[in-house]
Design a protein around this ligand. Structure first.
Ligand SMILES: NC(=O)C1=CN([C@@H]2O[C@H](COP(=O)(O)OP(=O)(O)OC[C@H]3O[C@@H](n4cnc5c(N)ncnc54)[C@H](O)[C@@H]3O)[C@@H](O)[C@H]2O)C=CC1
Ligand SMILES: O=C(O)CCC(=O)C(=O)O
Length: 384
């Protein structure tokens, strides 16, 4: 483990800003294991509603600050995501600094698992961008606090399937709001990122006969979706360069790769009527959500619309049940419509409406939480 130490005036200023960034969080753990080249950060935003839960992202961050910034934003988002999806968990997230294509090894994920285990049940984790179920099979050898594990190991399996489902519910609710019907077909979509989630969304939209624009830095994914399109009779796919996806004449932008893609530069290029996607932290800053509303672009807050995966991984800790997961995931349709309704009614952005909804849930639930009633043992003593 490494610790930040101030060694000069400049360092002190640097470290202060790092500390400021961390101040909303309960705990931030820096994981350093030279023998496996593991450098990771685990951020626990809140355990007020239960143990923190959130996936682990692997990315070749350009700086430590960039990785820290990412994990802090992501873990805070998880607290809101848990509240919106009505789960007894808090927000946490992890990032591994490294290239998922070249820097993975079983030992690295075992070392990561040991750090997770050291948190003694305060943090459950699993896949995210750049990591797969196979990676966590190694981590599972060191800790029980892995969620979203393969079915053959008694888990719920690939969480990108319910995440896709939840985004589809978000799209249906948005179409209902925009066009007065839920149908996916007569609408055009611009999908950024054809990974675990984006590819499945693209596939589903093509099956429904929709027209999609797609982009990805990975040529294999592009070829794979073109092959799928060739098999469908109605759906069409148009491939564009990565920087062109913001400008295409689609009805709905579906970001399914990195965060921060809604910013001053991209908003100016949008012709979209709505943004509904899986990517975490789509807004560079909260004010960009307000800007979307001002411009009449309907924004489905990411942490509500992409909660399907979280619902499955959290549910799995009580024993996997696909039916339960589907029931809870379906609720996202109503939650999104409620957010749109509150945004209209109170003349606020959809981000503000969603945040208010979650903050209300958090404060109400905190008061009732059995964790604070010492006569009841914590209900989330899971799998130990
Ligand atoms: N997997 C899940 O169940 C969940 C994922 N999310 C979020 O959804 C997003 C996607 O997640 P996954 O599909 O699991 O990740 P993934 O790593 O499987 O896919 C990401 C895709 O984006 C592509 N990509 C990267 N940079 C790009 C760029 N500049 N332009 C276009 N494409 C680019 C990658 O090549 C890859 O195909 C992430 O933000 C993740 O945090 C959120 C909730 C759950
Ligand atoms: O989907 C997962 O595997 C875990 C949940 C999560 O990290 C997320 O929703 O961002």
């Amino acid at each position: 483990m490494s610790y930040i130490m101030a060694s000069s005036k400049n360092d002190e200023i640097e470290n202060l800003s790092l500390l400021e960034k961390m101040s909303e969080h309960e705990q931030v753990v820096f994981c350093n294991d030279p023998s496996t080249n593991l450098q990771a950060i685990i951020a626990i935003h809140s355990t007020k509603l239960g143990p923190a839960i959130g996936g682990c992202r692997m990315q070749p961050y350009e700086s430590f600050d960039e990785a820290l910034e990412d994990v802090l934003r992501l873990s805070k988002g998880m607290s809101y995501k848990c509240a919106a999806a009505d789960l007894d968990f808090g927000g946490g997230k992890a990032v591994i600094i490294g290239d998922p294509l070249t820097d993975k090894s079983p030992e690295l994920f075992r070392a990561f698992g040991q750090f997770v285990e050291s948190l003694n049940g305060r943090f459950y984790t699993g896949t995210d961008m750049g990591t797969t179920l196979a990676d966590f099979v190694h981590a599972m050898k060191e800790t029980n606090c892995i969620a979203g594990i393969p079915e053959e190991y008694g888990g719920g399996g690939d969480s990108s399937i319910p995440t896709t489902e939840s985004v589809i519910y978000g799209l249906k609710a948005t179409n209902k709001m925009l066009f007065g019907h839920e149908s996916l077909q007569p609408v055009t979509y611009a999908i950024q990122g054809l990974g675990k989630v984006g590819f499945k969304i693209a596939e589903r939209l093509l099956q429904e006969g929709a027209s999609i624009y797609v982009t990805d830095i990975n040529k294999d994914s592009i070829e794979a979706i073109q092959a799928k399109a060739a098999q469908t009779s109605e759906g069409t796919v148009t491939v564009v360069e990565t920087n062109e996806i913001y400008t295409v004449p689609a009805d709905i932008f579906v970001p399914c790769a990195m965060g921060g893609v809604i910013n001053d530069t991209t908003i100016e290029q949008f012709q979209f009527k709505a943004v509904v996607g899986a990517a975490n932290n789509q807004l560079l800053e909260e004010r960009h959500g307000i800007e979307l509303t001002k411009r009449g672009i309907l924004y489905a807050p990411d942490y509500i619309v992409n909660a399907g995966g979280l619902i499955q991984v959290a549910d799995e800790l009580y024993g996997p049940s696909k039916e339960r997961v589907l029931l809870k995931t379906k609720e996202i349709y109503n939650t999104i419509l409620e957010v749109y309704k509150q945004s209209e009614l109170n003349e606020i952005s959809t981000v503000e409406a969603a945040d208010q909804l979650c903050e209300k849930v958090m404060s109400n639930r905190e008061k009732r939480n059995s964790f604070f009633n010492r006569t009841v043992s914590p209900k989330w003593k899971i799998r130990h």
